[in-house]
Design a protein around this ligand. Structure first.
Ligand SMILES: Nc1ncnc2c1ncn2[C@@H]1O[C@H](COP(=O)(O)OP(=O)(O)OP(=O)(O)O)[C@@H](O)[C@H]1O
Ligand SMILES: [Mg+2]
Length: 366
């Protein structure tokens, strides 16, 4: 059993409350990702689990053991928790070679000498560092050092892996490869993975469940990737998961109007409760805008139209209210929707998420 349970955990630093009564649980064998903006407390959660921080109150349970409970005076030392950890700063030992870095946890865990070489080699191979075994960290790139840290976490046979932004220094190809690798490790070994990131793409790709963390240090949504993406509970969740258009609307005489009183897509029946509030929000993704030269939809002015390889990026406006849109280049060419600034076009909005007017945590997106 390698569940992780937080029960009403609070943690403050120098009077600043970072976590307040946080409760959640990670199931054994699950890949659970915490996705949140910088400074919201992701690393603090990981350090609490690893035993490098002590909660002010509450309980942390790993498997069937309480590892931290200040009220009862319980706080197990990090080395007693049997976790594989990659910290955000992935400090590798500068005076040890790659091989020595990766072998070190095996020594700490008293793994018999004859088993150390094959185990360390397996971990080194897993992160594509074959051939670099005798190098020192200062002879490696940042991404390679990060992979040493990953190998060091993978080498011991722990049930739980805590990974804090472990792929940030890798180039795009390797990052993609490594995230599949991490997923594969989870599938093969059944390890519980707690993955911390602010990269929504990685989170969506590898997680069984994602927790969206707010700057207030709580989770506003915990769900599988599809649900978090398709059914965000708040504007914050929606905006955090990708490029988002946000238009303020109000309702008058049976019509949904934009701030400039221009008529917008009607509010659907199941969102009618929003109509009584002075303002509400229509959120949509640029790729969910269908653009035509003179089809159905709302008339817009093209402010900008940029060809970005296989995608065309548009900045459109409805009477001065601007929003982003996107189309596949091939489709745009076929539909003759590559425009010049000042041209008119029509836009239809195919997948709108309607939210109450809520600009909480605006600062995260500026
Ligand atoms: N040892 C500490 N002493 C004082 N404040 C701390 C300490 N550790 C963390 N904090 C504060 O706690 C808050 C949360 O920090 P944390 O490192 O968990 O953020 P994060 O979500 O991991 O951010 P990032 O995405 O930038 O890594 C920050 O305001 C930080 O300054
Ligand atoms: Mg952090």
């Amino acid at each position: 059993m390698s569940d992780i349970i937080f029960r009403n955990v609070s943690k403050a630093f120098e009077g600043k409350q970072v976590l307040k009564d946080l409760s959640f649980s990670i199931k054994s064998g699950e890949c659970f990702t915490i996705l949140g903006p910088s400074g919201c407390g992701k690393t603090v959660i990981l350090r609490l689990i690893a035993g490098f921080e002590i909660p002010d109150s509450g309980q942390i349970i790993i498997g069937d053991e309480v590892v931290a409970d200040p009220e009862k005076g319980i706080c197990k030392a990090p080395e007693e928790r049997n976790l594989g950890v990659v910290f955000q700063d992935y400090a590798v030992w500068p005076h040890k070679t790659v091989r020595q870095n990766v072998t070190y946890p095996l020594e700490m865990h008293n793994v018999p000498k004859e088993e150390r070489l094959p185990l360390s080699q397996k971990a080194i191979d897993m992160v594509n560092l074959h051939g670099y075994e005798d190098r020192l960290p200062n002879q490696l790139s940042g991404g390679q050092q990060q992979r040493v840290a990953l190998a060091r976490a993978l080498v011991i046979d722990s049930d739980i892996l805590l990974l804090d932004e472990p792929l940030t220094n890798l180039d795009a190809n390797l990052r993609e490869e490594m995230r599949f690798e991490i997923k594969e490790i989870q599938k093969k070994t059944g390890r519980t993975i707690l993955y911390v990131t602010h990269d929504q793409e990685v989170a969506l790709a590898i997680s069984d469940r994602i927790a969206i963390m707010t700057p207030a240090g709580d989770f506003c949504q915990i769900a599988d990737p599809e649900t978090v993406y398709e059914d965000p509970v708040s504007v914050f969740s929606f905006r955090f998961l990708g490029v988002a258009d946000i238009l303020e609307c109000h309702y008058r005489n049976g019509k949904t109007l934009l701030d400039n009183d221009h008529e917008f897509t009607p509010l659907p029946e199941d969102c009618r409760s929003l109509a009584s509030s002075p303002k509400f929000i229509a959120g949509f993704r640029p790729m969910d805008v269908e653009i035509t030269r003179d089809g159905n939809g709302i008339e817009c002015t093209v402010e900008r139209c940029t060809l970005l390889g296989n995608i065309v990026d548009y900045l459109l406006s409805i009477d001065g209210i601007t929003f982003r849109a996107e189309a596949q280049t091939e489709e745009a060419v076929r539909k003759n929707t590559i425009f010049s600034p000042g041209d008119k076009c029509r836009a239809e909005f195919v997948d709108i998420h309607w939210f109450p007017d809520d600009h909480q945590y605006e600062e995260v997106f500026v």
